[in-house]
Design a protein around this ligand. Structure first.
Ligand SMILES: O=C(O)CCC(=O)C(=O)O
Length: 208
């Protein structure tokens, strides 16, 4: 199953290229959590979207939820540290992030999780990436977004005001510090007609 992007509506550039990461801007959320944002990190993102949509072996999963087993409302793929990534541009992105954050993170980004939101009905519920080291230590999760714009929402884990960050075609967001422990994030369903979106999440070893 391949869902195509109406490319020319999103990105007018043919050259697929990552911008320098020194354009990242940090927002401190509180409790040691922060987000870095770089809109338009990737230009020419239509081509990457099409390659990933058609080339990644997407899995539809089902999960136990309370007393029922339900469809996970998005398609998934995961590449662990030893796995070759499905596109050379993803390796370039991972390596650029690892170099940029080397001092602050102290380890490289090694895994890539991919989510394919087929339309506005697909979503991810409130959560923190707390499986593994994200539960105990500060870490970083970097997300490159391609395709239809969707909102990423963040809120303090104990409750509080929600922060909304619209993620567009080629945008980068990095959640860092204590963000996975002290805050939660989600991509809510959208009642607006939303086209397909692919999110690529880079994480260090042992963070899920
Ligand atoms: O789609 C996104 O940008 C967020 C994905 C996410 O939070 C996750 O898969 O854990």
């Amino acid at each position: 199953m391949t869902m195509h992007l109406q490319g020319s509506l999103f990105d007018q550039t043919d050259e697929v290229r990552l911008a320098p990461l020194d354009g990242l801007r940090r927002t401190r959320l509180g409790s040691g959590a922060w987000i870095d944002l770089l809109p338009g990190w990737l230009s020419g993102a239509d081509a990457l979207f099409e390659r990933l949509a058609s080339g990644v072996p997407w899995r539809a999963e089902r999960r136990a939820m309370y007393e029922r087993v339900v469809d996970v409302p998005r398609l998934l793929a995961f590449y662990g540290a030893p796995d070759p990534l499905p596109d050379p541009l993803l390796a370039e992105a991972r390596d650029a992030l690892s170099a940029h954050y080397a001092d602050e993170l102290g380890e490289p980004f090694t895994t890539a999780g991919l989510c394919h939101y087929r339309d506005g009905r697909d979503s991810v519920a409130w959560h923190g990436d707390r499986t593994g080291r994200g539960a105990r230590r500060d870490t970083m999760v970097a997300i490159l977004s391609v395709g239809a714009p969707r909102d990423l929402l963040l809120r303090p884990a104990g409750g509080g005001d929600t922060v909304r960050r619209p993620l567009g075609h080629g945008d980068l967001i990095v959640m860092g510090g204590s963000c996975q422990r002290t805050w939660e994030h989600c991509v809510p369903k959208s009642s607006r007609a939303a086209g397909p979106r692919i999110s690529i999440q880079f994480r260090p070893h042992g963070v899920r």
